[in-house]
Ligand binder design. Sequence first.
Ligand SMILES: Cc1cc2nc3c(=O)[nH]c(=O)nc-3n(C[C@H](O)[C@H](O)[C@H](O)COP(=O)(O)OP(=O)(O)OC[C@H]3O[C@@H](n4cnc5c(N)ncnc54)[C@H](O)[C@@H]3O)c2cc1C
Length: 547
Amino acid sequence: METFDYVIIGAGSAGSVLANRLGEDPASRICVLEAGPTDWHPYIHLPAGFIKTFHMKSVNWGYQQEPGPWTGGRSVYAPRGKTLGGSSSINGHIYNRGQRQDFNTWAQLGNRGWGYPDVLPYFKRLERRVGEGDETYRGRDGSLTVTTMDWKDPLCEAFMEGAVSLGIPKNPDYNGAIQEGVSYCQRTIENGLRVSAAKAFLHPARKRGNVDVRTHAHVTNLIFEGKRAVGVRYLKGGKGGTPVEVRASKEVILSGGTYNSPQVLQLSGVGSPELLQSHGIEVRHALPGVGEGLQDHYAPRSVARVKNIRTINELRRGVSLWVEALKWATTRRGLLSLSPTMVYCFWHSGETTESSDLQLTFTPASYKEGVQGQLEDEPGMTVASWQQRPESRGYVRIRSADPFAPPIIQTNYLVEEIDRRVVVAGMKLARRLLASKPLAPYYAYEDFPGPKVQSDDELLAAATERGTTTFHPGCTCRMGPADAKWAVVDDQLRVHGLQGLRVVDASIMPRMISANLNASTLMIADKASDMIRGKTALEAVKFPVSA
Ligand SMILES: Cc1cc2nc3c(=O)[nH]c(=O)nc-3n(C[C@H](O)[C@H](O)[C@H](O)COP(=O)(O)OP(=O)(O)OC[C@H]3O[C@@H](n4cnc5c(N)ncnc54)[C@H](O)[C@@H]3O)c2cc1C
C-alpha cells in the first residue's frame, strides 16, 4: 500500500488550498483524491459556461434535495462541483466574504481563533484584489484574483440608482469595513476566465512534484486502526472500478464538501449509531452531530418583464451570441465573461436591528421557473432575495451503505418562523426595487410573483412555490467544543474523539454566514493548513475599539 504524509479527500475549494499550502514543504508527500475528472472542459473556464455546467453530469453531482415542509412539495435541485476545483469550478464566481459578526459568532460558540480579527489575515493572504479596496481589509499578493464587474449595463445602473432612491447607499467595497449597500459584484474572474480554486492553488501545487492528484478516484470509506484514521479506500475509475488503498502517515483530511464529507464519515462508521445501524454499518465512533445542522440560503427570484432595452435573454441567442463570442475572443470582455449575477445589495428586513440581514442580487436576465440554468425567451430582469443568516436547519444522511447512492439532503428551508418573515420582507424590497423610478423606463410589469400577490401570506405562498437554493450549503460537520452535542470537529478541525482525521471544508461552519461560501471556505482551508503544519497562526488584526 502506498503511503503519503497527508491524504486529502476532494480537490474542491478547500482541498485545492490545502494541497497548495501543505505542498510548500518539499519534504511532505501529499495525495489528493478527487471523484470527478480533470477540469479540462472549456465551459468550466468561460464564465458564461456556468449555465452549461449547471446541469452537466460529467462535472456536477447534480443532487436533488428531499421536498421540505415549505417547498410546496418540490424537490429543489442542488448542483455541486465534481471536478478539480470542486464547486469553485462551476460556481457563479462571486467573491463575498461575509460580515465581521459572522465570524465573531463562531468564536462566541467556543471556537478559539475564529473571530473576525483572526480570520481577516487569511482572507487577505489568499487574494490578489485588483481594484478598489482599503489595505486594512484587502490583500494584493495572493493567488486568488478578485476583480470587479467591468460590464456597465444601463439596467444595472438604473437598479443601483433605484436602490439609492430607496435610501440604500452605494458601497465601493462590500468586502471592506462594512457590507451593507449596493454595488457591482466582485468576482473570481481574470482576463475573461474563471479563477477556480484549482487554477489558483491546485495546478500550481502540482507543478512542485510532491502533490499527487488522482482524478476519477471515488472514496468509499476511511481506514482506521482503533480510533486513528490511517488511510483511505477508493475505487479507481469510480463505480465498478478497481479498489485501491492509500495510507497517511500523518493525517487524513476530509474536504468532500457539505454533502459528501458527512456521507464519507457515515459510510466509515462515524456518526449517529441509530442511523449507521439502520443501514447495517458497524459503529466505529458514535458522533451524533455528523450530517446534522445543514443550513443554506433560500431565495425566491422576483421577475419583471422589460421594455425599451435588450436583456441577456436576447443577447444569448442567434447573431448576437456570435457577436459576443467574437468580442470575447478578441477582448476577453462582453457577455461571455459575465457572472450570472451582476449587482449586489445588502439591506435590512426590519425584522432585526443588527447589521443587514437581507442579500439581494440583480441580473438583467430571467430564468425559466426562476431556476438559474435556462434563460427565458422574452426580455426580463430578476432580483433574488434571501435571508443572510437563516435559523432553519436540516440534515444530510446516507440513504444506504452504497457509497454511490446520493445522500438524503433535507435542508428544511423556512421551517423557522423568523426565516419566513425575513424572506417575505425580502420579496417586498425586491418589488420596490424593481418598481423604482430609475428603472421605470425599462419596467413593463411584474411577472413573478405578480401584482395579484399582495398579502404576506400570498408572498410566502409564492416563495414556497418558486424559491430555490443559492448553492450555499454548510454546517454538516460543525466546529464546536467537545461538550456541544452537535459538534463534529474542534477548533483545530480535528474530529472529536478520533486521531489523524480532520474535516476542512464548508461543512465545518457552525452557523451560516452572511455570504456566498467560496471565499470563507478558502479561508478555512488556508487557516487549517497552518494548524496542520504546526505553524503559528497569522497575527490577528487589531481594530480600534470603535471600528
Ligand atoms: C452552482 C453553484 C454556484 C455557486 N456560486 C457561488 C458564488 O458565486 N460565490 C461563492 O462564493 N460561492 C458559490 N457557490 C458555493 C461555493 O462554490 C462552495 O460553497 C464552495 O466551493 C465549497 O467548497 P468545498 O471545498 O466545501 O466543497 P467543493 O468545492 O464542492 O469540493 C468538494 C470536492 O470533493 C469531491 N468529492 C466529494 N465526495 C468525494 C468522494 N467520495 N471521493 C472523492 N472526491 C469526492 C467533489 O467532487 C469536489 O470536488 C456556488 C456553488 C454552486 C454549486
